[in-house]
Design a protein around this ligand. Sequence first.
Ligand SMILES: [Zn+2]
Length: 414
Amino acid sequence: MKKLFLAGAAFLALTSLAFADDAALEAKARAIQSRIVTIDTHTDIPTFFATDRYDPGKLNGPPALVDIPRMKSGGLDAVFFIVYVDQTKRDAAGYAEAASEAFAKFAAIHRMTDEQYAKDIGLALTSADIRRIHAEGKRVALIGIENGYAIGRHPELLDIYYGLGARYFGLVHNGHNDIADSAQPQSDLGDKPNDKGGEHGGLSEYGREIVARCNDLGIMVDVSHSAKSTTLDAIAASRVPIIASHSAVYALNPHPRNMSDEEMKALAAKGGVIQIVAFDEYLQPMPKEKKAARGRLAKSLGFTSLDAFFAASPEAKEKFAQGVAEIDKKWPRANVALLADHIDYAVKLIGIDHVGIASDFQGGGGIAGWSNAGETFNVTKELVKRGYTEAEIGKLWGGNLMRVMDAVAAGRKP
Ligand SMILES: [Zn+2]
């Protein structure tokens, strides 16, 4: 009896110690998060973002994962909202459609920052803007472009997009374009493989012109979704540091979207940053059955695009959420600890000055523990738990990205 009592007391003492430890960790992480600027470099939006169909000033239900209330509650200060364009045929009609999708998304972001919620969230064009708007107690919006297909064969569109506030330019998405080879060629668009034997074997001549124009304008070149050959070409061609806005580590999960050690080292040698992404399939190998089940679920509900997904009926959205929960139960989703493993690996390989964080929310991103903007604090807590200092966490959560923004702005040749 006495033994049992002692064991019980020891157990209680241990658990209360664990609770005390957790409370101390939580308090430390909260204090750190309140003093730094947290930037998520990749959140997708539908074209009708900032309308009553997706009102960023309100708390939204799924599939919306980001809004101003959840940025506040999660301690997420700044978000790059993404002007992503879907790629179809590379002809005049396709380019026109892509540009119109891009303009619709620029307009949506400006509706939020210039009209509807100017009091709550401001558009930043420079790192100084980020710090100023943050100091005013507001959230910060930035704009990144995903897929060079958005300019087609019209480089002058890049100047216009820069004028509309774009501060990074993702060279490619899924499928090769006129600028470069993609990490994931699309056979249904007639793509050849990539890299050696690919369409361009990296950057095309036109792609080199575009990288130079990005440098002249002061817009960051983004190599997420690029083939390895494209990434290495872009790093070599750029006069200033470049970024990977949402990628993970190939050595930990050999997915074509992830960055090899060679690419990460070259990126860092140029002063750039890889924003490690909270994307299940990039953080851990995805079983074929899981991928197929997710595909079937989306197809059965007609969710063929981000717009279709957001425009669906509440019933369809609910069905989707239930379906995803069932799939995740069977094949657990990556979690914050695994995200931190990728961060740790990158930090060990290329140093604390060259690593950052991205969600890819609403573009397939979201993991257990960071499944929407309201859970952002969990990432900070995990980093504190792993022994990162406040200065290091500040670099990971935005300091490094702002350094690259500054270097790119300083390289402008207007
Ligand atoms: Zn992406």
